[in-house]
Design a binder for this molecule. Structure first.
Ligand SMILES: Cc1cc2nc3c(=O)[nH]c(=O)nc-3n(C[C@H](O)[C@H](O)[C@H](O)COP(=O)(O)O)c2cc1C
Length: 388
């Protein structure tokens, strides 16, 4: 005998498992569109292609749906919660005002759904108080590659990538306030060098610009609040005083592209730790590619797929970091970043200069680096003092 399970405990425990939200639609025998919301949709088999969902044996909506020969699973987008609520009701008029078109087998494909999968019924069998419905997939497409609607503990929400989550953060507010106390130092440096100058802080996995003094020649200098995921080789200046575990975590953010690249990131980090700053050479093609990946990432609400593209494009900048400066040679640089020595309990910070002229002799770059490091040291001391 199986031990009886408390229904409330069953609901509570299973409610801790999140699901997506889909609307199963069909044109019923009576010629009217029918539909129901399911959180139980799942992919089952690739060969042959099959999916499943589990309607309640008491579902009036499913009684209509099963009179059709085909059905369509519509995966809802994060902004389709009102449609979801409407489709989860028991009424017969829930399609009034809902925009849809017939799929290849005639089932309603809902406008603005993320994707749709049209099937024929392969099997319907009872399992306790639900049916297990197996569908054989005939046609399917991604219609709108955006964030899906999620359901968890009785509430609706959306996906946000954990490691790179971008939320207001006490560290960010503290860093912005501290950066404000060194504004004149940073502005003076920007004016003196005629460059864009910004204070950056590491907030979880992102580098965020908390102060901007733009005096350089760049057409689009980094704006205040500019945020980008820290992926090697980027962010080495934040790791000057880090633990081996933090370095491992940083290296782990690089795409899985082999030991050579990993060794290169580690070597670059060692150089930055030794000299206290990093140089990024200007290579327009690679930098533009990385900026495009970053824009697509932000525009997509930080979808995992676009995040992978950012990781890849950033990792490809490895060759541009820390070029050794040879006396008499000319260099095109994109930016120089120096670590700010912050005290215990403060998030890692750095100062970046960018928007510099092209074809600059090594000696001049060394003098910029000297001024930048001086400013970073003075800023670190002032901010530590400001905290008391
Ligand atoms: C997020 C969400 C997920 C749901 N998942 C299921 C499900 O997997 N199976 C099911 O039978 N009903 C599910 N429902 C309930 C039905 O969508 C719907 O409320 C019910 O079928 C309406 O009653 P009727 O079927 O008698 O018309 C879900 C509802 C919501 C809001």
């Amino acid at each position: 005998m199986v031990k009886a399970v408390d229904p409330a405990l069953f609901r509570e425990t299973l409610g801790h498992y999140p699901t997506g939200v889909a609307v199963v639609t069909a044109v019923a025998e009576d010629g009217r569109p029918a539909g129901m919301v399911v959180g139980t949709f799942s992919s089952v088999s690739l060969d042959p292609p099959m999916v499943a969902f589990f309607p309640s044996v008491n579902s009036g909506s499913f009684r209509h749906l099963r009179t059709a020969s085909a059905f369509c699973v519509n995966v809802l987008a994060a902004d389709q919660e009102p449609l979801c609520r409407r489709m989860a009701t028991g009424g017969a008029d829930k399609f009034d005002g809902v925009r849809w078109r017939p799929g290849p087998l005639g089932s309603p494909v809902l406008e603005d759904a993320v994707s749709w999968i049209e099937c024929t019924y392969e099997d319907i069998r009872e399992a306790g108080d639900h049916f297990v419905v197996l569908g054989l997939v005939h046609e399917l497409a991604v219609q709108r590659p955006t964030l899906p609607l999620l359901f968890f503990q009785g509430g609706y929400g959306r996906f946000s990538p954990g490691s790179l989550i971008a939320t207001p953060d006490p560290d960010l507010i503290q860093a912005a306030q501290l950066a404000e106390t060194v504004r004149s130092l940073v502005e003076d440096l920007g004016t003196e060098l005629a460059m864009d100058c910004g204070v950056l802080v590491k907030i979880r996995g992102d580098a965020v610009q908390v102060l901007a003094a733009n005096r350089g020649s760049a057409a689009e200098p980094f704006p205040l609040g500019h945020r980008q995921p820290i992926v090697p080789p980027l962010g080495a200046a934040f790791l000057v005083d880090s633990t081996p575990a933090e370095v491992e975590e940083w290296l782990g953010r690089a795409p899985d592209d082999g030991h050579d690249r990993r060794d290169l990131h580690r070597a670059r980090l060692d150089q930055v730790r030794e000299c206290g700053y990093s140089l990024l050479a200007a290579e327009p093609r690679l930098l533009q590619h990385q900026q495009e990946a970053l824009s697509a990432f932000e525009l997509s609400d930080r979808l995992p797929r676009t995040e992978r593209a950012v990781r890849q494009a950033t990792s490809e900048l490895a060759e541009l970091f820390c070029p050794d400066l040879l006396p008499g040679e000319l260099y095109d640089l994109a930016s120089i970043v120096a670590a700010v020595p912050t005290g215990a309990g403060m998030p890692p910070m750095a100062i970046r200069i960018s928007g510099m002229p092209a074809a600059v002799p090594a000696e001049r770059i060394e003098s910029w680096v000297g001024r930048l490091k001086q400013t970073a040291a003075a800023a670190g001391a002032a901010m530590t003092g400001a905290r008391g």
